[in-house]
Ligand binder design. Sequence first.
Ligand code: SF4
Length: 377
Amino acid sequence: MKKELELYLHIPFCIRKCEYCDFLSGPADEKSRRVYLDAMLRELAAVGPQAKEYEVISVYIGGGTPSLLPGDWMEELMEMVRDTYCLKKDAEISMEANPGTLTAINLAGYHRAGINRLSLGCQSTDDTELKLLGRIHTWAQFQESFQMAREAGFANLNVDLMSGLPRQNLTSWEKSLEVIAGMEPEHISAYSLIIEEGTPFAEKKPELPDEEEERRMYERTWEILQSYGYHQYEISNYAKKGKECRHNLGYWTRKEYLGFGVGSASLFQNQRFTNLRDMRVYGAFNGNPESIRRDRETLTVGDQMEETMILGLRLLCGVSRNEFRKNFGRSVEEVYGPVLEKYSRMGLLKIEGDRIALTRAGISVSNPIMADFLLDE
Ligand code: SF4
């Protein structure tokens, strides 16, 4: 039986940078976009033979703003994926899209390309908040895009929302959640704003909701979304039953994945590596995957255990004790006994049958807990 593999395709173009964004993305003219796409087609073709033993269970086209690419370009990309990789029949094929860039013609092309899940960046339903974030779209444009996506036949939609924004308060956050949940996307990602170094926000230091208000926002998120029929399955992700993002579940359970395009990361055959970030060098890709891969690291058993716990505890279902033992030949208690005991005693972690998971109280303070799962090697 073939092993499972996920593909990530990075499209690093945006109309302009949002005030909070530190992703590898930015504006580019049509010619540069085409040069980039051609390089990605060559990379997909060149890497294909390395993945002969694998079946691709999901493809995620992220960015940037992939919806800046025309539908027929997306068809070319997916045709290359199908020709070069063994793509599972019911593979989840997601694409990120931003309101203000979607057209009915392009949506029809994305649908023809086989994309079966769209992730729409909304962030807020309040135009003042959107403007402060530097988003290119208004709330009305989001509504229009959502409607167009449904009309184009997309039956699996995610909407991204952000809490902890400048000028946001608990009431405006609750309104964003309720209005979006009322539109019934299959999935909602609700992240809190993090001010990253080197972004305009890091310089401007806008006034943000205080810690107590942020905590309330987080609590209200699952209360409200639960009342609309969404269940939380990861720290920031909520879905209708059976609509969890399979691709991201793969990241959290350490499935192997290959990244294509500038700056994209891979976990493949127990190694992690990342593509170079220089667009010009990438555009001249010479057909040898090794020429663009950087920071290759072979994972030790300790690295693998740490990743299993730190990624797995992001999921509400947590980590399987049996799988841990099967993979590493040691029980999770043997490796992490004192940490498990400490957080169980504090009521932040629970061990029930085969599963070890954070409690609701543990989820809201997850970062320091995760850090305790790093091993001294
Ligand atoms: S649209 Fe997304 S990737 Fe582009 S600048 Fe804004 S946050 Fe960054």
